[in-house]
Design a protein around this ligand. Sequence first.
Ligand code: IVH
Length: 661
Amino acid sequence: MEQDRINELVDTINKASYAYHVLDSPMITDQEYDDYYNELLRLEQKFPLYKREDSPTNRVGGEAIDKFNKVIHQRPMLSFDDIFNEDEVIEFDERIRKVIPHPEYTIEPKMDGLSGSLIYEKGVFVRGATRGDGLVGEDITFNIKTIKTVPLRLTQDIDIEIRGEIYMSYASFEKANQERERNGEALFANPRNAAAGSVRQLDSKITAKRNLDFMAYFIPNPEEYGIKTQEETLRFLKDLGFVTNINLNQVASTTSEIVMYIDDLASKREKLPFAIDGVVIKVNSLLDEEKLGFTSRVPRWGIAYKFPAEEVLTTLIDIKFTVGRTGKITPNALFHPVHVAGSLVSKATLHNEDYCKQKDIRIGDTICIRKAGDVIPEVVGVKEERRTTTLVPFEMIQFCPMCGEELIKKEAHHYCVNEHCPARKIESLTHFVSRDAMYIEGFGERIVEDLYNMNYIKKVSDFYTLKKVKDELKELEGYGEKSIQNLLDGIEASKGNSLERLLFALGIRYIGKKTAKILAKKYKTMDNLLSTTYEELLSIDDIGEIMADSIMNFIQNSDNLTLIHELKGYGVEMVYKGIDTRNNIYIENKIFVLTGSLEKFSREDASKIIEENGGKTSSSVTGKTSVVVVGANPGSKYKKALELGIEIWTEDEFLEKVKSE
Ligand code: IVH
């Protein structure tokens, strides 16, 4: 009786979900859906034995796993060779014609996500895997189950492997990034990265929230299902219950048709709800495909045409000059916001005067933007033919936009050499507290700028005197008591930083993070470094004349010595500690529970590391627990953590998170 009802509910919900997510035409209301779903959930909890493998309740994500198991693909998961222009399309066609005199092709959008393999047994989804190296992938079954456009049961009870693309629609991508922005997390650069990051989550509950999609395009052994062409493959996949690109693909028999298709798709690209990065051209007849066969690496019967990096036109509104910590002046293009390669951009660096002059870039111009390496926006060029009115040619500024000091040109760049320039000061102060430097949490550029303008901080040692004016700070608009206390706590904690952080934070010219670490390791204390010599510095591997000069200049400058003296007076430790014991954002202020038998470290060591990093350990899992670290054979604490949805780490993940660079 109950089993019948469970079966009925599973079938109804799966059908409704297919209608909603795949066909885009809902057949029941949200309320009805929720009612069915909740009824099913209740029945399954009461009668777990009747719970079906293809139950929609499996889509919310299951228990977190500690690593991905390997999956050996039954047939290698290959990809096509890439081509980039029309000539190469013609060459491809010529190669095909040598074997198949009158070929017919199917042409389809090339989805920009990552390929996945889905295994169905008797029509039920049983396993999902990434491509990996083509021979061995990773088992991502639980994550795949959360994808609404992956049918958990096919319309036919067959054993079959389906391949296709796991991707994130633009809409879900924007949503995911909005959430990340709210949480202060780094944004995904594009939908492909977002999809890849989401599908490789050890906790499928996270994947479930990301709203991934799947588009099916390939069956490795179509002949076994009586399929004769690629076109039929797509129809077959659609009939099985998958999203396909059937409404976007086309059959062609000449290269000019192919090129027309490419141009047409390129023009539609921006309006599609998902990212594509080219066109896949396949020989339509499977018999012909068989005749063409494979090279040692790739099929001969298909090719992937990749679009050139996406370029978008917009209008240059302004060129704004910024002053860096070293005084370097950078012109920046500010333009009407445009979507490029998956995200909204509104500014790009123009590097220097020469760059602007070479491009003859003028405010009001129509400019062409693309993303270098699909991540950083850049100005490709100017559409001069679109200039309708006279625009003023670019002129490099001669005076610092912040302090008015006359700029000096050194090689390609202009510099403000005024040591007291407020822009330089604010940049240096912001650098001092930044994540790779002293990492005083809560300080962004805006707060530093405010405190600078209000005369609270003029030099880096002033951070350590802020506690004296705590009461005044609390009264400032926009800063509550709690946020001020957090800042002050962060400042206090930074005193115990290992020496390399301070060396990097001081902004010594040419001394980056890596060199700071080398120096800290070698000299152990600031005092030792202050009494070094030019020769000794040069004798260190990785330190050349320019760096040695810069360090000597720094340590011989009396202002710098005073500053270091002051910092020391405020309690900044200035010794090398071997490991980065603080500011581990994964540990600080969090409550940990260790459970199961730990094999990679002892409980005592783990507790010590947690404490040193500003976290706490506790013996029981409650709503306040931040992370549960699980070893082998975990028991009830692990279960409780799952129930409460608490973050779970394996021993390896713990080590990864506490590891110093
Ligand atoms: S068919 C033998 N069709 O692009 C490979 N692939 O090299 C058969 N891709 O990594 C793949 N859209 O994951 C095919 N409509 C499409 C595709 C597509 C994207 C991916 C595929 C592979 C690469 C092609």
